[in-house]
Every structure is written in structure tokens, then in C-alpha cells.
Write a protein that binds this ligand. Sequence first.
Ligand SMILES: [Zn+2]
Ligand SMILES: [Zn+2]
Length: 124
Amino acid sequence: MTDAVRTVFEGQARHAWSIDQLHEVVCGALGAADYSSVFRAVTVMEREGAIRRIDLGDGKAYYEVGEDHHEHVRCDSCGRVAEVPGCVLDDATSGVQKSTGYVVTSHQLVFGGLCPRCAKRRSR
Ligand SMILES: [Zn+2]
Ligand SMILES: [Zn+2]
């Protein structure tokens, strides 16, 4: 099962996957798959550091292939998630440290909007 899930991540059809989305694709590939086996495979891969969990602000857990820190932008219409290259918050982080006294080690930021495809469809 871990191999099947790994293949889905390697296919990169999406930038970030929820367990539901992974389960759907794995079911399509294998004919049938247990939700709990998909969940277990994801847990193992996360522990290995092959993927990591990200929060896109809708309360669901998403997973992406582990890479450098970056922000995300999500389409409000179709839900497609893309990577925003680099970190746009370096300056903001030092501002937050100064104003709160906290040592800031992480942040989660998701831009919302319309992906190019949906923006085009809407303007028609
Ligand atoms: Zn869209
Ligand atoms: Zn990402």
C-alpha cells in the first residue's frame, strides 16, 4: 500500500493531497483500497520524512512531498493548490518577534483566489 501511495505522490497530479483524495486515486489504481491502509501508509511516509503535513486552513490535513519551506495559494473555486516559490514572510517574522517577544519558528500562510483556469472561465 505504501508503494501505491508513493506512486500517487510521485505522479504530482496535485501539489497537496488530503487522505480522501489519496484514497480515491489509490482505489482507482488498485480497484479497491481500505481507507485505513491508505491512512497508515501516509503515517509511515510522514514518519520517514518522505512527505509532510500541511495546513491549508480548511481544517483538513494535507500532505505534500517534503521540500523547502514555501507558501501556498489555493483556488476558491476548484480547490487546486499551488506552491508559492520561496518565503514571502521573512520580513514579517522579525516584526512579529519584535511586537510579541515570541521566538517565531514557523508560520502557516495560504493565499486564496482563483487559479488561472477558473479565472479564465469566470471572465468569459
Ligand atoms: Zn480553480
Ligand atoms: Zn507545498
